[in-house]
Each structure stands twice: as C-alpha cells, then as structure tokens.
Design a binder for this molecule. Sequence first.
Ligand SMILES: [Zn+2]
Length: 255
Amino acid sequence: MPHIDDESLALNALGEDVLDPEQRAHLDACPTCTRTVRDLARVTARVRPRTPEPELVPPDPTVWARVHAELGLTDVPAVPAPGQVTAGSGPAGAGEAHDAATDELSARRARRSWLPALVAACTALVLGLVGGVLWERRTLEPDETTIASAVLDPLPAWAGSSGEAVLQTTAEGRREIVVSVDAPAPAGTFREVWLLKPDVSGLVSLGVLEGDQGRFDVPEGLDVAAYSVVDVSEEHLDGDPAHSGDSVVRGSFET
Ligand SMILES: [Zn+2]
C-alpha cells in the first residue's frame, strides 16, 4: 500500500478520526507516515488555542422551520442533514468507513457554514418580536387623546396667516395644547400663546412658541370651557410680560 495521503495525515494529526482500518494499520507499521503525523501534531499543538473549540450542535429541524414561518419566508433553504453531503472532499479510492468519516467531517463543516445564517435569522426574529410588542403597545395605548380643536384665523394686520390648535389629554391625564402657526416672523420678535375668555375678561399665558409648532401644558385646574379662545401674539423684546395687543391668529375650541 502507498503512504497515506497528506490531507488524511494532517487531519489525523489534528485529532480528526479520518483513517480507515487499512490506513490505520499502515500508520502503525510505517515509520515514514508515523513521523509525519508526529511532526504535524507537534506543529499544530503550538498554533492551536489551548481551549478546545466548542462543539456546535445542530438545532432540531423544527426550530429552523419555526424561524422561517415567523419571518414569513417563502423558500426554505436546504439545511444539510448530518451524513447528507456531496462527495469528493476526501481522497479518492478510500473505503466505506473512510467515506463515513469524511462525510461526518464535511457535515460538521456544513453545519458551521450555515450557522451564521441561523444566527442572523434568530436576531431578526427577536428584533421583529420586540418591534411587534412595542407597536402593539402603542396601538393599544395611544399617547394622547384629542378633546377639541380650533382653527386659528388671522387678524387684519396678519392677513394670509393661519394656524391650528389641538387640545389633548396625555396617557398620564395631563392636558396639552398643540399649536401650529403659519405666519411671517419678523426679526427681533417672538410669539406667545395665550388662552383667553371670549369676552377677554381673562387671559392666561401658556408660553413662548418657538418655530412653527409647539406643545404647551394647560395649567392644572384651568377651565378650558371658560378660557376657550386660543390666541397667538407678536411680542417684542421689551421686558413687558403683558399681551402686546398685537394678535397674529386667534380661534375658539370646538368640541
Ligand atoms: Zn507510510
């Protein structure tokens, strides 16, 4: 019998059981092959990590099927079952026992090669489940409930401007007014949002409107039915906290 091929000797030195009985008998008797294995083993012992590589166990086929079903994938990729692999990875002309050994080796390699895909699929599954749960919670518990809305019409000096106000309650029970205004913003001025009584006998400031839209808390206990008018004023940096008298847009809540 000729000497054992280099690949089989190398795998044998790495601790893989790839030799058939005939090769094993040859190895026991042949000083040349024995020396080769010993030299290879010495080299691999130096480069190999001290901790053994963890053995990867293939999951039950139903796991893959469930992952696939959960992700709504249509085509199921072929997952090689142990022993069901293509031939040709081992030395030619070897016996049946040798085939079984290389088959097992190839199957192990195949399992490693599709493992990243399974990990990716499981990650996607987890992310999908988390996203679904968050989406469901948002759907079941809306953050705000709209109570009333108001169209804000421009005052004569601000013709062409417009606005809208929406009265909402938050999930925590607070009242908020979301104000949006479409109007020119001259330099050196700012906007302030107010609630006032229709007869202007009462006036409450909600705060400064930055930009085109703002969200304002309604003071606890304030009767919005009485203070039903939303007013947005043009204010100057003059240090006077009172309403400037220059209203841009104004409108009443309608439930
Ligand atoms: Zn030999």
